[in-house]
Design a protein around this ligand. Sequence first.
Ligand code: ADP
Ligand code: MG
Length: 718
Amino acid sequence: MGNCSRISAIDKIASYSEELPSDESLRQPDEFGKYVFNETAIKRYLPHKVAEKLLATIRDRRPLDPTIADDVANAMKEWAIGLGATHFTHWFQPLTGGTAEKHDAFLDVSGSGEALQSFSGKNLIKGEPDASSFPSGGLRSTFEARGYTAWDPTSPAFVKRHANGATLCIPTIFCSYTGEVLDKKTPLLRSIQVLERSVKRLMKAFGSDEKPVSVTLGPEQEYFLVDRNFYLHRPDLIQTGRTLFGSPPPRHQQLEDHYFGTIRPGILAFMTDLDRELWRLGIPAKTRHNEVAPAQFEVAPIFEELNLAVDHNMLTMDVLRRVAMRHGMVCLLHEKPFAGVNGSGKHNNWSVAYGKQNLLEPGEDPEQNVIFLTFLSAIIRAVDLHSDLLRASTVSAGNKHRLGANEAPPAIISVFLGEQLTEILEKIGKESPDKPKAGRSRETILLGGETLPPLPKDMTDRNRTSPFAFTGNKFEFRACGSSQSCAGFCMTMNTIAAESIDYIAEKLEKLDPADSEAFHGTLAKILSEIIEGHKRVIFNGNNYSPEWVEEAKRRGLPVLQRSMQALRSLTKDENIALFERYGVFSRTELLSRFEVFLEEYHYKVRIEGGIALEMARNMILPVVIEQFDRATEAYAKAQSAGLADGLRGLRGVAAEYGKLVDELTDACDGMQKALSEEHEAILEAMRRLRSVVDRAEQVISDEEWPLPKYREMLFVYN
Ligand code: ADP
Ligand code: MG
C-alpha cells in the first residue's frame, strides 16, 4: 500500500536520461535583459525627449514628469505585446513575505465590438486593488478596503512569460487609502533615501563634492530541490514547506562531499535553465554551486543597487520555483526543510558607494582610508546600539529552526572584522607606546595616514560563523532566512547606519576640513570614543561555541534566543522613535507590522501542529496498528503451533509496536490539546510527536511506510 507511491516515484526518477541540447546555442549578451523594459527598450520604443526624461527619473530618481506617463505606458505596452503579453499587473510586495499580482488584460472593446489593446498612463502609475485581504495588522478595516499601488519607476518593468502567454509586470509600492504603508518596498525606499542623505552629509563634512550615493546588495540564495513525485506524497511539505517528520538517514552530510561537489546532470540542466531565465529578466546570476546539505544548492547574483536587488531576489525565488517545476522538481525555500542537515539562509552582502567609490573598500590612499575607517566605525556603533532590531529582522517561523543551530549564526548579533582590522581600530586615537610622540599630535598623524598601516585588502581570515562579517569590501549579514525578503534587514540596516553616520557628521560639521590637523585630531577622538564604547559587539571567534553565549552575556549584548522576544524589539519606544525620526515608519505603521509578523508566526506554528496531527493520526497510526496487528497475530500463530523458537523475538516485536501505538496515541492527544493552547505548547507537542513517528519510521516495514523518506528525498535525484 503506502509504499506504492514511493516505488513509483523512484521508478520515474530512474528513467531519467540526460538530453543534450540542440545546437541552438545561448548567447548571453543577446539574452540578458530581453524581458526587461530597460534602457535599450526605452530608447527604442520612446521618442528621444521622452526617453531622456524617463531615464532621468530612473537614474537620478527625479520625480516623474506626469505628462510623459501616457507615452511611456504606450511604449511599454507595444514592447510587452511584442513579447506575447496580453495582460499587465502591478507587482508588489505585501506583508505576506511574497509578491502579489492581479492581472488585467490590455483588452478594451470598441463601440463596434472590436477588440482594442489599451494601457494608459493612469493604468501604469496607479492601481486600486482591494486591500482588505492582505495582512495589515489593523491598519485598515474591511470597510475602508481600498489600497493603492503606485509605480516605482526606479525598478524596471518586466515581462513574465509562461507556457502560452505573458504578463507585463510593473513594480509598485502598496499603501492604504489613508497613505499608511502595507508593503515591504515603501519602507525600503524611504530608508535608502535616509541613508543617502546621511552619507552625503558626512561626505560634505569631509569636504567632498556631492556625488550620487548608492546602497548595494548582493543576496546569496540557498535552496533545496526535491523530486515532485516525492513532494506530492508529503502533506507536510505541501502545507508548510518543511518536513515535520522524517528520521535523518545514516549518511547525510557528514562526509562533506556535497559542498561544491560535481553538480549532477539533472540539477545542472535545471540550473542552466534557471540562469537563462534570470538573465532574460536582467538578473545578473553569477554563481551556482552545491551547498552543504545533500540536495541543497545556491545561486548568487552580481550585486546591484539595493531596491533593484531586493526586487530581483523576490523574482529569483519565483523563478526558482517555476523552473524547478518544469524540471519535475520542487524548490524548497524554507529555512529548515529537513531536520538533521543544514537549513538554508540568505546572505545579504551590503555596502554603500559614493559616486564610484565603495565606502567600505579600504583604499590605497590615506584619505580614502580615513573615510573607510569612519564608515566602519559608524556601522559598528549602529550594530551595537541596534542589534535588537537586526535580530528582529530575522524572525520567522522557519528561521527559528536554523539560527543558533550550529549551522547558522546564533541569535546574538556581533560583528566580525578580523584581527588586523580590529587592532587598527583599537589603536585609533591612542598613543602608541613603542613610538615616540611626534611634534604634532599623534592622532593627526595616525589618521592623516603617515603611520596608518596598510589596511588589509583581502581578509585572509574568513569567519563563517559570524552573523555580520566584514568581508573585505562589504558587510555580509548571514542571519536572514532563505525565504525572507531582504527588505527587512536592509531597511533596518540603512536606518541604523544613517543614525550613526549622522552622529559623526554632526560633530564633524563644526570643523573645517581644510584645517587638517584639527579635523583629523577631532575625528580620531570621535572614532576612538566610538570604538571604546562599542567594541563589545566585535567578536572574531567561533560564534557557534557555547562559550560565546556566556561571553556575550558578560559583555551585555542582547541574547535574544526566542523569536517572540526578538520581535518585541519593534515595540520598544526608543526603536519606534528612531524609525519615526527618520520617517521610515510611523508608530502605527511599525506596531501594525509587529502585529502582522506576530500573527503570521502564530498561524504558521498552528498550521504545522494541525497538519502534523492529521498525518500522525491518519497516515502513521493506521500503519503502526496494522504492524502491531500482524506481529501479535504472528506471535499467536507461533504459540498455537507450539513453536519455541521465534516466540521471544515475536513477542519483543509485538511489544515494541504496541508501545509505539500507546506513545503515538498519547502524543496525538497531547497535540490535540496543545492546539488550543499557545505556540510554545504546540512546538513542544510537535517535538514529542515527531520523536515517536521518527522512531516508528525506523522499525516499521519499509513496504508499508507511507511517507517518502529522507534517504530518498535527499539522495534520489538525477
Ligand atoms: P562569498 O565568498 O561569500 O560567496 P563573493 O565574493 O562571492 O562572496 O560575493 C558574494 C556576494 O557579494 C556577491 O553577490 C557579490 O556580488 C556581492 N558583493 C560584492 N561586492 C559588493 C558590494 N560592494 N556591495 C554589495 N554586495 C557586494
Ligand atoms: Mg557568502
